[in-house]
Design a protein around this ligand. Sequence first.
Ligand code: PMP
Length: 405
Amino acid sequence: MAFNINEIRKDFPILRRKINGHPLIYFDNAATTQKPQQVIDSIVEYYQNYNANIHRGVHSLSQEATDAYEIARKKIQKHFNIEKDYEVIFTSGTTHGINLVANGFTSLLNKGDEIIVSAMEHHSNIVPWQMLAEKTGAELKVIPMSEEGTLVLSEYKKLLSKRTKLVFVNHISNALGTINPIREITQLAHDAGAAVLIDGAQACSHIKPDLQELNVDFYVTSAHKMCGPTGVGILYGKEKWLNKLPPYQGGGEMIKEVTFANTTYADLPHKFEAGTPNICGGIAYGTAIDYLNTIGFDEIATYEAGLLDYATVELLKIEGLRIYGTGPHKTSVVSFNIEGIHPYDIGTIVDKMGIAVRTGHHCAQPIMEFYRIPGTVRASLTFYNTREEIDIFIQALRKAKAMLT
Ligand code: PMP
């Protein structure tokens, strides 16, 4: 499809809203993206026409809902080029997927084992592993990052050893926009005999990861970061790893047979899908993936690269403005501060002009500590944003700066 920004913007009803008397400019896409009408319609359609519980009903409505849910799983499988559909586990989102794997590794790690995280992770890719380290006695090591906000791979190589059991890194940093070299990180981990989990929460609205090509062992992401609803996401795991991990939660749907003496677990993917899932969320996630593929990820990448370049050049014209995350491979996220001004104050003033940006530590406090700052202003742009919106944002920043200094 030819990339037509005016047509694309029409798909997002929220973009017609006014905030504080101004047309909404939504630059907080890394927190969550807005939803196109197609996704909203698929949610309404489910509840209006075929709401039923799945996998266990013989009646027609239950069959319809089951079929739609399983079709969504197959769409996701195809999108991420996953070998087997049962390697796609529906979760409530990235955080759930990471906790599921971290919990599973409790029985696979011993004292003296090592696990490796990067210096630029979201708290949800740090805290579950700290809890795991505490439970097992394994040691958590950290890949350092450079001043420009890229991982120092020479140091990573030094951390890897026979003791390394698992490496977990984000595909794209939510706070800096840095795109990490996942293939290289994975290959090095595999050479050392370690497994790899990639946090794809920030990557999936910008790029289409080919999980067989990347050869990662686990990949987690959230639908709401890629035009889908909240409360649903996936964990991809290679079959051999999903078979090694014990179930995370017990309950209905995840069993083969239950007696008071003994319970046996269901096959993949159901072993990890206890309880009634977010049925309409899963279906709408499939719709979101269809929507993004109709626009095309190459088209999205080209358009967003243009936005990033433009925003970077225009922002740097503001005196005293510093951007964090200046490496060569980054996505359309600009994290910055203006000298002498607290990010929160900027966020509050531009909100009065209808502009939504995120301010603070972005759930990545170690990055803020690294730069010795309390937080940043983060403008995270996506394919439905425009240069005109960036112009208005720059004007708003100049006004805010004048007011605050
Ligand atoms: N990792 C990264 C890099 C993120 O940006 C986020 C969301 N901000 C998460 C993990 C957590 O995702 P969720 O809250 O959807 O579980």
